[in-house]
Design a protein around this ligand. Sequence first.
Ligand SMILES: Cc1ncc(C[n+]2csc(CCOP(=O)(O)OP(=O)(O)O)c2C)c(N)n1
Ligand SMILES: [Mg+2]
Length: 685
Amino acid sequence: MNNDKMVQLAVNTIRTLSIDAVQAAKSGHPGTPMALAPLVYTIWNRAMNFDPQHPIWPNRDRFVLSNGHASMLLWSILHLTKVQAVNADYEELGKPSVSLEDIRRFRQLDSKAPGHPEYHWVSGVETTTGPLGQGVATSVGMAIAQKWLANRYNKPGFDIFNYNIYAVCGDGCMMEGIASEAASLAGHLGLDNLCWVWDNNHITIEGNTSITFTEDVAARFLAYGWNVLRVGDANDIERIDNALAVFRRTQGRPTFIVLDSHIGYGSPHKQDTSAAHGEPLGEEEVKLTKRDYDWPEDAQFLVPDGVYDHFAAGIGQRGAQGRQDWTKLFTAYRAQYPDLAKEIDQIQRRELPEGWDRNLPSFPADPKGVAGREASGKTLNVLAQNVPWLLGGSADLGPSNKTALTYEGAGNFQAGTPGGKNLHYGIREHAMGAVVNGLSLSKIRGYGSTFFIFSDYARPAIRLSALMELPAIFIFTHDAMGDGEDGPTHQPVEHLASLRAIPGLVTIRPADANEVVEAYRYVMQLRHKPAILALSRQPLPTLDRTKYASAAGVAKGAYVLADALGKNPEVILIASGSEVSLAVQAHEKLVAEEILSRVVSMPSWDIFEHQSKEYRDSVLPPGVKARLAIEQASTFGWERYVGDAGRVIGMETFGASAPLKELQNKFGFEPDRVVATVKEMLGKK
Ligand SMILES: Cc1ncc(C[n+]2csc(CCOP(=O)(O)OP(=O)(O)O)c2C)c(N)n1
Ligand SMILES: [Mg+2]
């Protein structure tokens, strides 16, 4: 068979596997895989430097399918190129990542061909996609990571990191705001290692894009500072190949390729219609389409002879060679730069370097205290010096969030200074969330920061970081009503409850400066969970830890901070963040009146829930029913700790614009109110 025929056969194999899988599942998206099979074929078999035998090779090119609904493209290509499975401990399992059986069981329980690409579930998936726009935005983080890694670790004659990032996206991704934010940032940073291909098929679910989306997308990307190319025929592999080659030669700008395509290509009745988007073609149409492809009409899940070999001779051979050369290079590099090589090893395994927690600050007791954000800034500046690959920044609120790394040599990450550790996301919180994920997927310890209220703007990405089990770090300051005068638009209410509800996300709201340090100590050791720090704007008293329990209790999520005279408590005050010192003040008053109170500092529900029942019962003894939670946030969810007989002093409404003291009075965050509530509960006076 001549090569052109073989290429066509390989492309049609991707198409028909996709068609058959969607048909068998009775759900899914056949049309886009049919249209983009030549693109994915070309990227993988001709362009990508990727070794299917070692899908976590650090210098591999990355492929992101941002239009995640077209997941069958990915399952087909991972299968046909025989990408191998790797587990969470980075061990190669000696079996394919996606088997033909998985594809037959597309979208079924436990299949390695789920509805959308899922990182951590299927090897070879570089990021979870499905929420449109997230994939391309995440790819910007990957591109930043590559630049940073190359700057730190490449040496003359040692191009250890020179990989590229390819992302494929649809009209949906182009319409989503997050993609625009990310594209703007990528253009500003001149990320020439990044290539997006836009599937310009003029179709979304409700029909032709003429009803919603008529702007000049190419002009937009030109304005962002991207190099814009166009391939007018999605079936023209040579021209796609050419455009990808232009991308690799382009310096100083990311590349945007407009690819004109026909959704449902080859289907006589569904091509170019939204009917090809989200439902199976139907048995009759499948046959007609296969006839169009010159394919045996009744064959299903057919991989014709020679197709696996064709991919093995393409990406298989190129990838193996690339990796072999790299491994040799890295061996020589290790001999010459053992310390840097060791860092690369540690990064890949998400390990911390020796001495990562040396010189962490410790704060003396101080009734005036330190703001959470202040303590955070001090801690972060120490950690960033101890952990070279800890980097990040803020969405234009650095001076408020105190996230700036101010030590000598920290530097700013810009196009001309890719070694800088201070990222400036600009006022782009949506993209920031995804960029942090992209850094984390590249094994860099990334963080992002803004006011807690605007965590909403990053929430979809935060959710994905939890779903992907990434140790991303989000530093949110102004965690409650501390910025009083700014008013209710700036005062979080439901945010703690809503973030606590995300499975696997560690949310921590520290009570004082030493709890902030302990929170960081805990967060830094996470390898497979994202964390959120909710920090105060205003100074919080630094508790006297000779009098009260050690802040190391943060690592248990909640701990007994103060008890009454070593006796069993009759009432438990549970608080987080700024309300802990309020609880302590109330506690002192109660004890003076011989009421046996206990204060539990509870910076993290999530961490506490992971402690033994024994421990949890020791902190919150089941027999003590008089419990009062105090938190400047929605009361939603506190029932779980205070029980039917308990009470919550929290927020039932939005806040208001006024000085903090007045707000504390208006909303009842004062010691006397706490004392009165306790007495009421205990039926005293
Ligand atoms: C954030 C988000 N909103 C909505 C959806 C639901 N959705 C899935 S695909 C799709 C249409 C996408 O159109 P396009 O990107 O052009 O894909 P095509 O049909 O051309 O493959 C929509 C609205 C989604 N997955 N993510
Ligand atoms: Mg479309």
